[in-house]
Design a protein. Structure first.
Length: 612
């Protein structure tokens, strides 16, 4: 009888598993600007190394595909190779026995469609197109292209005021992004090759916690140009545009429909995540530039927009996505059903709800839904349920927001699709009726839910909060003449509104609901292009540069996380949930930065590592 062993079938299997973890980290940190042809070739070569060799398409086909990709990459291929590559990939995809072969071939076919121009550039010129070239990962992934290695180095040296000044070179809201940014800058951090990405947001938060933003002087304004620009909307995008335009010497008038500046960061993000006094620090700093006139409670309709466009030399429309979407559900107009956006907007003006003793159901799975859930807990709700038609893993909310909501007592009811809202005889909400779901095939990159063969469920609820997205109020501006499609304003890459001279548009009203940092980036781009439209080319100097780098710290080191107050304490108030980093923690975290701006491609000349 053959003896069995508890050990792996091969003494290398466990070691290969560990090695693959490193390989996974390398793939996850693929630098922005990597040649697509090289990336596809690496994928095929890795797949060829995995094949068992049993089936001919996989055994020989992947090697053939790799050879063709290699010739395209080095510029020695003839144009006809594209047809041969596609045919070979189709044969492997359709003939391979297992996923190693057919998925590798499918990836090649997808890449050929996705990167057609890049494949063509290699065939015609023997090299990558001009836009291909490695970039400093954190700077490239930040929509505003903030000098992240630079301000981290300044924080490490204890120069937090200078770090804030360096951030403001590209982003006038350092406190805002320190509190609520979704940190795309961390997604390709090269530190992941060693351990984990640098806590970039945490370091920025330490800087603004150490030195309030409104105590740090802004750059000196350029001489007045005599040009006047109107900004419609006082949110992150509009105020960013106003800040840079004012620094350039232009006169700016901001028209804000609400009582205070800040847009959705004031009227959509609860104070426990972003205290209003911290928002005001950034706003005061922006206004300290001077030459910015703010008109509050100044709603702009078509007639007023016409007058503004005639009075000012240029206009930037950044009205955001201010209204919540409705669901087409029976009973949606019952008493107790409200839009998440409306509720959070009232809180921005100090009108807090009282849900004492009530059962609250929040429909949605994004960050706004988590904000509503956690707000309902603080408003005294007896029970809070998050009703979501997909899985927990499919939620678009930040994982830490979901974890924090669960810690505060929110129940996640996943794979439940609302079908109606039940009301009593008086028209008051009493339950949400849902159809259980099961996960199915992937559509547009996400597993789609479909109705499961299970009975409908009744979830008791006195209050239902709809957090299923936001819409842009385009009608008044369309009446003025601005083009809109699918509920968003139409603009070119320079953010010029289609068909209108001197009118620019950006932020959520142009992209659809997105992140704070993307709105800020749009305001920065709009300011630069408006300056150009007005006939200028102003350069702004923040007066700070990055310190010389120290030698890299290459040994693995754990990431310092921002700790939150205990759930049992924080869920009873609207005070900030996050605790500040200590100086010791901040210095250690800063020391993990590998200074890719110096040791990586950031020292390249010729503009390949520069940003707009």
């Amino acid at each position: 009888m053959t003896k069995l062993s508890i050990r792996p079938s091969s003494r290398y299997d466990a070691a290969i598993g560990e090695f693959v973890k490193r390989t996974k980290r390398r793939v996850e940190t693929t630098p922005p600007g990597t040649c697509p042809v090289a990336a596809v070739l690496a994928d095929v070569e890795a797949s060829a190394a995995q094949t068992c060799g049993k089936c001919v398409p996989c055994r020989y086909g992947l090697s053939e595909i790799a050879g063709m990709l290699r010739s395209i990459q080095d510029g020695s291929a003839f144009p006809s190779i594209i047809d041969a590559l596609r045919t070979t990939a189709e044969i492997v995809r359709d003939g391979a026995d297992c996923a190693i072969g057919y998925q590798a071939a499918e990836d090649v076919l997808s890449a050929m469609d996705m990167f057609t121009d890049e494949f063509q550039a290699h065939l015609e010129t023997g090299t990558c197109s001009q836009e291909i070239g490695q970039k400093v990962p954190c700077e490239a992934m930040c929509p505003a292209h903030v000098d992240i290695p630079g301000y981290i180095a300044l924080v490490e040296e204890g120069r937090c005021d200078e770090a804030i000044r360096l951030i403001r070179k590209d982003n006038p809201f350092p406190t805002m992004c320190a509190m609520v940014c979704e940190r795309p800058c961390e997604t390709r951090c090269r530190r992941m090759l060693l351990d984990a990405p640098v806590n970039i947001r945490g370091i920025k938060k330490f800087a603004v916690d150490s030195v309030a933003a409104d105590t740090v002087a802004v750059p000196r304004r350029h001489p007045d140009t005599g040009r006047r620009v109107a900004v419609i909307g006082g949110g992150p995008s509009g105020m960013t545009c106003a800040y840079f335009l004012a620094l350039m010497g232009h006169g700016v008038t901001v028209f804000e429909a609400r009582k205070e500046l800040g847009g959705m960061t004031r009227y959509g993000i609860p104070a426990y995540r972003f205290p209003r006094e911290r928002l005001d620090e950034d706003v005061r700093a922006v206004l300290s530039v001077g030459n910015i006139d703010v008109k509050l409670e100044a709603k702009v309709d078509a007639e007023k927009m016409k007058g503004i466009s005639e009075e000012f030399d240029a206009v930037y429309v950044a009205i955001g996505a201010q209204v919540g979407k409705k669901l087409a559900l029976e009973g949606v107009d019952s008493e107790g059903v409200m839009s998440a956006v409306d509720m959070l907007g009232k809180i921005g003006d100090g009108e807090y709800p009282d849900f004492t003793g009530k059962k609250v159901a929040v429909i949605g799975g994004g960050n706004v839904a988590m904000d509503c859930c956690r707000t309902a807990v603080r408003a005294g709700a007896a029970e809070v349920s998050c009703v979501y038609r997909r899985r927990l893993a499919d939620m678009t909310a930040l994982p830490e927001e979901v974890e924090s909501a669960i810690a505060e007592g929110v129940e996640m009811l996943t794979l439940e699709a609302p079908v109606s809202i039940e009301a009593d005889d008086a028209g008051r909400t009493c339950a949400v009726i849902t159809q259980p779901q099961m996960i199915s095939t992937v559509k547009r990159g996400r597993p789609a839910p479909v109705d499961a063969d299970k009975p409908r469920r009744r979830i008791e609820a006195d209050v239902v909060l709809l957090a299923v997205g936001q819409d842009v109020v385009t009608a008044p501006f369309e009446e003025f003449g601005m083009a809109a499609e699918w509920g968003r304003f139409v603009a070119d890459e320079s953010l010029r509104a289609e068909g209108l001279d001197g009118v620019f548009v950006g932020g959520d009203c142009q992209t659809g609901p997105a992140t704070v940092i993307r709105a800020i980036a749009a305001g920065k781009v709009a300011a630069r292009n408006i300056d150009d439209y007005l006939g200028f080319d102003h350069a702004l100097d923040c007066g700070v540069s990055a310190p010389a780098p120290h030698a890299n710290r290459r040994e693995a080191c754990g990431r310092v996380e921002i700790a939150e107050r205990p759930a049992r304490e924080r869920k009873s108030d609207f005070e900030c949930v996050e605790n500040p980093m200590s100086r010791q923690e901040a210095v250690q975290e800063c020391g993990r930065c590998l200074r890719c701006d110096h040791y990586g491609c950031g020292v390249l000349e010729g503009g390949r590592a520069q940003y707009a």
